[in-house]
Structures are given as structure tokens and as C-alpha cells.
Design a protein around this ligand. Structure first.
Ligand SMILES: [Zn+2]
Length: 104
């Protein structure tokens, strides 16, 4: 996923498009209250807000520029290798390897 928009100016087209992309992405990882962690410069993933509030925060405060791997929003950091070629995401890392320890 391209995140170069994070450092662009807030009124640029790239930034607005990037915010929309992020919100689409983040909406997949809401908590039970339907809220998602806010990655704005003020909250820095410490507080949950509705998608609409998160959008306002990002537009008002700016996106926390250190947050380039959206692991708190469901992105697998192993996939990010600095390429633009996303879309093919290996799910093998999610396979559970848990072993049941059976009581005798
Ligand atoms: Zn915020």
C-alpha cells in the first residue's frame, strides 16, 4: 500500500485520497463499539474514535507520520517490503500452529 501521502500537504489530492484509502482499510478493524484507533498526530493510536471522527482528526491534526505500517489496523508488517505491488497477501502467517495439550 502506498503511504507516501502521509507526508504530503493536507490539502493535496494525494493526501485526501490517502485518507480515504486509510479509512477504507481501517474500517475493517473496528472494535466492538464500531470504533477504530485514531492515528492522528494527537491520538497516535491511543484512542478509539468513529471512522468519521478519525477522518476529521487526520484532516485537522495530520496523520502521525511515524505510522507507516498499519499493523494496528490489520496490516501484516511482514508483507511490507517497500514495494508498490500489494494485492497479493499471503495468509500463511495467520495459520494457527497452536497445539492442544491434552490432559491425561
Ligand atoms: Zn485523533
Amino acid at each position: 500500500m502506498n503511504k507516501s501521502w502521509i507526508t504530503k500537504s493536507r490539502w493535496s489530492r494525494e493526501y485526501n485520497k490517502g485518507v480515504e484509502d486509510f479509512l477504507n482499510f481501517a474500517s475493517r478493524s473496528k472494535n466492538l463499539s464500531g470504533k477504530t484507533l485514531c492515528p492522528c498526530k494527537s491520538c497516535i493510536n491511543r484512542y478509539f474514535h468513529s471512522i468519521q471522527d478519525v477522518k476529521e482528526h487526520i484532516m485537522t491534526n495530520g496523520f502521525f507520520t511515524g505510522y507507516v505500517i498499519w499493523n494496528r489496523h490489520g496490516e501484516d508488517h511482514k508483507v511490507v517490503k517497500g514495494t508498490e505491488n500489494d494485492g497479493v497477501v499471503s495468509m500463511s502467517n495467520f495459520e494457527s500452529q497452536t497445539t492442544q495439550i491434552e490432559q491425561p
